[in-house]
Design a protein around this ligand. Structure first.
Ligand code: ADP
Length: 750
């Protein structure tokens, strides 16, 4: 291109490599600058073209149209013209169809030509085969119209029905001229007639304005071809129409703001910059601004790394300097500091520009904002890293299997548990390590999970063989993976070696069984022992009573009395010890049933009356005991008797005992208050300790120290509570609460 290089040599890369014919035409219609595409597409080198008239290269049939187009361009009606097509002669004498986009700037026309020979050939082929290629016809995005000789629409492509905003019914049978701008009619009419009249194999290309149903004017480009030419006189023609309105409007708008030689650069959405060896920016396309917010003009003359984030600055400098050094290409990613404060990640590709001689002095770099994809990649990487960390750290084995139960993925924990190197088991059926006896149910479980395709997880245990041959018990929980649609079903299995846990569970169960057996043996021993002790004791007591009747001397009677009392005491002791041990071992055999508290209280008052009389303690009450409680008849009487007996025993002489009964929600509280000496604070916590009598023996009061312990245990066993309040020197109140029965006593339970 030498002397006639474009005025902005930085575009030479684009200019040199473009597949389109780039050219500048002078006002006399002669060629100015041309790019190498002319040689590649048509065979003409710049020397052939320079100074020649363009029209000499045009197909004779297209000369008139080309002149008209050229005149229109020079008249400057519209600054940018697109879609004009003509045929140009190649060096070898053949012709190729070229579609032009051109723009006039002062005394020059900048034109870009695209070889559309193949496309037009395709259209011709399509037209010829349109009867057969119905499907194609229907699928076409463009409007395809078949018109008859009277230019009346015979068929309309279904997709095209909204092309002009009218439906098929309205379009069918209508004239193509109906919607056309009156000024464009004559030219279109001529072109259409040519399709039929000349009966050539020619494609007629035309452009016209048409009014859309909504009123706006569209620019329509149509290419037409006669149908059935080879069968003689054509009766129909097919037209393929394209709506150019938007394209033209956009192009026109863009064109307004363009500098002549920078038109290409400006059109780029990407950032294109040219820098020199000092890394100073010589040229910057408007797209540059989007990377950092600084308008392109303000970047010219500044250093290329100025807006680069500090962390990447050195890397960027090195990359460019190395490219200059090697006279070669550069490619990297870097972060830019955007004026608005955020970071923009860009992908840069560039290469040095070929200068006439010596090392390259300039480099062209094209940058693209890839922040979105980088952010996405980073998020993905983070989540992958997290997942991997979890997998790596998990002590469990985590594997992913497919529907054929083949292992697709395995965590490092898998190796730890089974002792197999991961690689050895990958891609194999995951059942290889399962005990043969367990395979059927494991398979069934997994298949059920895949079949159900539900969110429910499964859980089972099986025996698996470790690499070293020993058998383990594995507990597995599984779940279908929530995959995107269309993905084959997969499941994740989380397994854990529970061999030791199972052994522990078994040992525990065995120990419990053992303890239960021992306890049963103890109870057995206790009841036998009590029986064995009570039989001789009863004869001791019996003989003592006989002796009491036989003997007369006061001394003897006192001795026998002593034997009798000691025997009685021993019998109570044995019974109570036995009861406590029975309650503790759960062998007391309580039968709770609805009981009328009143019946029990009156019965106990009867029994205790002699003891009260003996100590001259009066017992009184005013509350009603007419409540049904849920309790064991015998054991509740034992409790009431114990409380009454204590209230008498630990009372002062001529003291009194008062009974109370109140209802609290669904409980009944029964209390026994005495007028004794109360219990000292420091002794209170020892009240319920077995055999602890709080020094009562020192005061000569009979007892075993077991009564309260037993009473509390019994009440609790019946679902109640037992407690007390006491005031030193004033007396104590012992109470119990039991649930009120909802069934009346004596009523049939069934
Ligand atoms: P004991 O056979 O000695 O009566 P208990 O278990 O019934 O055994 O009572 C334990 C101890 O609690 C008694 O020895 C006595 O010192 C004290 N005690 C029980 N009831 C009363 C009471 N109503 N007033 C004062 N002290 C009491």
């Amino acid at each position: 291109m030498s002397a006639e290089s474009p005025s902005n040599p930085d575009l030479s890369e684009y200019f040199r490599n473009s597949v389109d014919l780039l050219s500048v035409f002078k006002v006399d219609g002669n060629f100015g600058i041309t790019n190498p595409a002319w040689q590649r597409v048509l065979g003409w080198n710049p020397e052939d073209l320079a100074g020649s008239a363009f029209i000499e290269f045009v197909h004779p049939d297209d000369v008139d149209r080309t002149r008209a187009e050229s005149a229109a361009e020079w008249s400057g009606e519209s600054p940018t013209r697109a879609g004009f097509e003509n045929r140009l002669r190649c060096r070898d004498g053949t012709f190729r169809w070229i579609e032009w986009t051109s723009q006039r700037r002062g005394d020059l026309i900048y034109a870009t030509g695209r070889d559309v020979t193949a496309r037009n050939a395709n259209i011709a082929e399509l037209a010829a085969n349109v009867d057969m290629t119905k499907a194609l016809f229907e699928a076409a995005a463009d409007l395809i119209v078949i018109v008859d000789r009277d230019l009346v629409i015979a068929q309309n492509s279904p997709r095209g029905q909204n092309f002009f905003g009218y439906d098929d019914d309205a379009a069918m049978g209508a004239s193509v001229f109906r919607l056309m701008h009156p000024d464009d009619r004559p030219a279109v009419e001529l072109a259409l007639q040519r399709v039929f009249d000349e009966s050539t194999d020619e494609i007629v290309s035309l452009r016209y304005r048409a009014q859309h149903a909504d009123g706006h004017w569209m620019v329509v480009e149509a290419r037409g071809h006669a149908l059935g030419v080879e069968r003689g006189q054509p009766t129909q023609a097919v037209f393929i129409a394209r709506d150019l309105t938007d394209t033209i409007a956009a192009e026109a708008q863009l064109a307004e703001s363009r500098e002549t030689t920078r038109a290409i650069l400006d059109a780029a959405i990407d950032s294109i910059i040219v820098i020199d060896r000092d890394l100073t920016i010589l040229e910057a396309s408007p797209g540059t601004g989007s990377l950092h917010g600084v308008v392109a003009e303000d970047r010219v003359g500044r250093k290329v790394d100025e807006m680069v984030n500090a962390a990447d600055r050195q890397m960027v400098r090195d990359a460019f300097l190395t490219a200059f050094e090697n006279d070669g290409a550069v490619s990297f990613r870097a972060r830019m500091n955007h004026l608005e404060g955020h970071l923009v990640t860009i992908e840069v590709r560039g290469r040095t520009l070929l200068d006439s001689e010596g090392p390259a002095t300039r480099l062209i770099a094209i940058s693209r904002d890839i922040s979105d994809s980088v952010a996405w990649e980073a998020t993905l990487a983070r989540s992958l890293a997290k997942t991997k960390a979890i997998l790596d750290a998990a002590p469990d084995s985590i594997v992913v299997i497919d529907r054929d139960l083949v292992m697709i993925e395995a965590s490092p924990g898998t190796e730890r548990i089974y002792g197999f190197p991961k690689a050895e088991r990958m891609g194999r059926r995951s059942l290889a390590i399962v005990h043969p006896d367990d395979i059927p149910f494991v398979t069934a479980e997994l298949e059920r999970m895949f079949a159900a395709e539900s969110d429910e997880s499964l859980s089972y245990r099986f025996r698996a063989r470790h690499a070293d041959g020993h058998w383990m018990i594995i507990e597995t929980r599984g779940r279908l993976l929530d995959d995107e649609e269309g993905q084959p079903a997969r499941a994740v299995l989380v397994s854990r070696d529970v061999t030791e846990a199972v052994a522990f569970e078994e040992a525990l169960a065995a120990a419990k069984e053992e303890a239960e057996r021992a306890n049963a043996a103890k109870s057995e021993f206790m009841s036998r022992m009590s029986h064995e002790l009570r039989t001789p004791l009863n004869s001791v007591l019996g003989f003592a009573q006989i002796l009491q009747m036989e003997l007369e001397s006061k001394e003897d009677l006192e001795l026998v009395e002593h034997v009798y009392k000691s025997g009685q005491h021993l019998l109570t002791l044995i019974n109570e010890v036995l009861d406590i041990s029975r309650v503790e071992s759960g062998n007391i055999g309580l039968t709770t049933e609805p009981l009328l508290l009143q019946d029990l209280v009156l019965e106990c008052l009867d029994i205790i009356a002699p003891q009260a009389r003996e100590r001259d303690v009066g017992i009184g009450y005013s509350d009603s005991f007419d409540y049904p409680v849920l309790a064991d008849n015998l054991r509740l009487k034992q409790v009431i008797l114990n409380l009454l007996s204590n209230a008498i025993k630990y009372n002062r002489s001529h003291g009194s005992v008062t009974l109370h009964c109140i209802v609290k929600k669904n409980h009944v509280r029964f209390s026994v208050s005495d007028t004794g000496y109360g219990i000292a604070p420091e002794l209170r916590e020892r009240l319920f300790i077995a055999f602890d009598r709080l020094d009562a023996e020192a005061r000569g009061i009979e007892g075993t120290g077991l009564g309260l312990t037993l009473s509390k245990t019994l009440v609790e066993a019946m679902g109640g509570t037992l407690g007390f309040e006491t005031v030193v020197d004033k007396g104590s109140t012992f109470w119990f609460e039991l649930p009120i029965s909802t069934i009346s006593p004596g009523a049939s339970v069934v």
